[in-house]
Design a protein around this ligand. Structure first.
Ligand code: IVH
Length: 677
């Protein structure tokens, strides 16, 4: 090949690679495989290695940075990089419109553009004759850090514009503003990699993005998969659109990534307000984190005329959603004992206000996760409360450590009864092994009286605890011998309430056997399995004689459940309980029921299971969902309809929270099926 041919080939490869990078990262529509891409890339890299003079600054090989050390020189911005005023609700937006209205001719109509308020870092890109020549942070608005080699590693940042030959010509100089961030899935992937390498996990995407951008060694930046969305032209030498809507379109056509799908144009204030208010529920569906939306006056002449107060342009305002992540101090970790004996670590926090409520406790999910994230007592931790989800501890802020923090160990004995704690080999959960553990007993009775179980009205958690502490009940069966004389002196047990309670207790004696069986808290035996067992055995006494093999022969009943049933009936305490039920006149036999016909209640829905469900084993839950037309898959994606969360859930919960997938507990699932025994 002649030198000229080689130069032409290099040029051709660069063009092809730019096109493929753009298709892959911006359009999300690659037309070649990764392998084919790599081949092109390596061919170009080989040519450049042999003929360094053919290497150009916009070559895709320059994204993978050289070992050049940048010592972050400062750059002066050509125009001030302004900030934004905030609105925290519809009235603030109306107030803003009124304020700017006073500066405009009377009854002046305005167009607005609404954009996501990306939770990332402002970066300013300068293109000279179409070539990326400078990348800078916002800094103080006038002077920023120069981070050109670092931004070059970001695949959504074009090295040359227009990226596509069909794009509009670039002005001689163009200064573009945007936000650098981690897509949620990229951040998760990065943390998976860190975990694999045994390194501490990153806690906060925004801080991690900031750290990655300011690396002195751009190779480190390159190893962190950042994304950049662009939304403004700060300065230009040449013709650029006169509206915000036009600007976004222009940036998109030049090859920048813009927030398509979210950005909207409005000419009606109230319609715009309805959109921004309604967006809060949708924020979790986006692939990136936002902390609100930005409302901008569309017309740039009016926008500029409105001027600036302090550092905030009057022509735009940020509509902020409540913060979902805050930091606070982890004061202690206590183990909560569940009905089945599972010990769930719970964080005791310095109270903190997040998403509109004060949070004092948060879930830590399980002890493995605590170790993985290296969470310690005394740590400053990030707490997240997102949507309906129970607040949870995202992770520690390692940089805030003083050295006085204490590591957290799973308890060796049950905090409620001091019995030894055990761990199942194939599960992350630790269990209290004592079936008579007072906390387990209390939880079991609470469950026994609850709506889905024996449905005894007028007794909640507090009532149950009171009856236990007064020594009026010791187990579920004692509920059936409660008498008015002993209840009436108790605080909160007025005449009427006692009446209702006793009536309800009487009614509960007649509940179908499957209901009683499901209410006993046998691991794996919920409403559905209880129904299956009753259909086979008809009486509790007959069931008590069943062997593991007998039970395993029942279709849809797993070995874990079979074991649990046999073990439950073999426990003297439980045999005594049955005798007490019998003595109290509780129904222990059942007529043969008709088989429940499967429904299509879950047709078209996809479920993922995580953690231990209170009554259903995993395979039982799966069978149940499938029986009702639903699908169960192993991993959470945006296509997942619901994640069913049990005790001690794994990383699937975090993933679901990140993707904004709806969560359900077992009761929620059963309710969807309309499952009653
Ligand atoms: S416009 C002069 N648009 O929010 C206009 N800013 O709280 C000011 N931000 O520092 C910026 N998404 O880093 C604008 N779509 C968006 C934005 C956005 C995120 C950030 C930006 C700014 C901060 C102000």
């Amino acid at each position: 090949m002649s030198r000229q041919d080689i130069a032409a080939r290099a040029e051709d490869l660069r063009r092809q690679l730019h096109e493929h990078i753009y298709r892959y990262y911006v359009l999300n529509a690659p037309v070649i495989t990764d392998g084919e891409y790599d081949a092109l890339f390596h061919e170009l890299a080989a040519i450049e290695a042999k003929h360094p003079e053919l290497q150009t600054p916009d070559s895709p090989t320059q994204r993978v940075s050289s070992d050049l050390q940048t010592d972050l020189p400062k750059v002066e911005h050509t125009a001030p990089i302004l900030s934004l005023g905030n609105a925290f609700g519809a009235d603030d937006v109306r107030g803003w419109r009124e304020r700017i209205g006073r500066l405009l001719p009377e009854n002046f109509a305005l167009d607005y553009v609404v954009e996501p308020k990306f939770d990332g870092l402002t970066v300013v890109l300068t293109y000279t004759d179409g070539l990326l020549t400078l990348g800078a942070t916002r800094g103080n608005g006038d002077i920023g850090d120069e981070i050109t080699p670092n931004v070059r590693t970001i695949h959504t940042v074009p090295l040359r514009i227009p990226v596509s030959p069909d794009g509009p010509p670039a002005p001689r100089r163009l200064v573009v503003r945007g936000e650098v961030l981690f897509l949620k899935q990229d951040f998760e992937e990065l943390n998976r990699r860190m975990a694999e390498e045994g390194q501490p996990l990153f806690v906060n995407a925004r801080n991690t993005a900031s750290g990655a951008l300011k690396q002195k060694d751009a190779r480190v930046t390159a190893s962190r998969p950042l994304t950049m969305y662009c939304y403004a032209i700060v300065d230009a030498d040449g013709n650029v659109p006169g509206t915000q809507w036009g600007t976004l379109d222009y940036l998109r056509r030049l090859g920048f990534l813009t927030a398509d799908g979210v950005i909207r144009q409005f000419d009606d204030l109230e319609a715009m307000i309805a959109y921004v208010e309604g967006f809060e529920d949708r924020r979790h569906d986006l692939p990136y984190e936002i902390d609100g939306l930005v409302i901008k006056v569309n017309d740039h002449v009016i926008y500029d005329d409105l001027g600036v107060v302090g550092k905030d342009p009057r022509g735009a305002i940020a509509f902020k959603f409540p913060a979902e992540e805050v930091s606070t101090t982890l004061l202690d970790v206590v183990a909560n004992v569940g009905r089945t004996g599972v010990l769930t670590p719970t964080a005791v926090l310095e109270p903190v206000f997040v998403s509109g409520v004060t949070v004092r406790q948060a879930s830590l999910h399980n002890y493995d996760l605590i170790e993985e994230k290296d969470i310690r007592i005394g740590d400053t931790v990030i707490v997240k409360r997102s949507g309906e989800v129970i607040p949870y501890v995202v992770g520690p802020v390692i940089a805030a450590r003083t050295g006085d923090e204490r590591t957290i160990q799973p308890p060796e004995t049950c905090p409620a009864c001091d019995s030894p704690v055990e761990r199942d080999e194939d599960e992350v959960a630790y269990y209290c092994t004592n079936p008579a553990c007072p906390e387990r007993v209390a939880r079991n009775i609470e469950y026994f009286v609850s709506r889905g179980a024996m449905d005894i009205e007028g007794l909640g958690e507090r009532g149950v605890r009171l009856l236990l502490s007064e020594g009026l009940i010791h187990d579920e069966a004692d509920l059936f011998t409660l008498a008015a004389e002993t209840l009436l002196p108790l605080e909160g047990f007025a005449e009427k309430k006692v009446q209702n309670l006793l009536t309800s207790v009487q009614a509960a004696k007649e509940r179908p056997l499957a209901r009683l069986l499901g209410a006993l808290g046998i691991r794996g035996v919920g409403t559905t399995v209880a129904g299956m067992l009753v259909q086979q055995y008809h009486t509790l006494d007959a069931l008590a004689t069943a062997t593991v093999e007998d039970l395993e022969a029942i279709e849809g009943l797993g070995p874990h459940t079979a074991d649990a049933v046999v073990e439950w009936f073999a426990t003297p305490r439980n045999r005594a309980l049955i005798d007490k039920f019998r003595a109290a006149g509780v129904r222990l036999a059942e007529e043969l029921g008709t088989e429940k016909t499967a429904s299509n209640a879950l047709a078209g829905l996809t479920f993922v299971l995580t953690g231990m469900l209170p009554t259903l084993q995993r395979n039982e839950a799966k069978a149940l969902i499938e029986k009702h037309g639903g699908k169960v898959t192993g991993s959470v994606s945006r296509k997942t309809s619901y994640v069913i969360v049990g005790e001690a859930p794994g990383s699937k919960l975090a993933k679901a929270q990140q993707l904004g997938v709806s969560l359900l507990d077992e009761d929620g699932l059963l309710a969807m099926i309309g499952d009653t025994p």
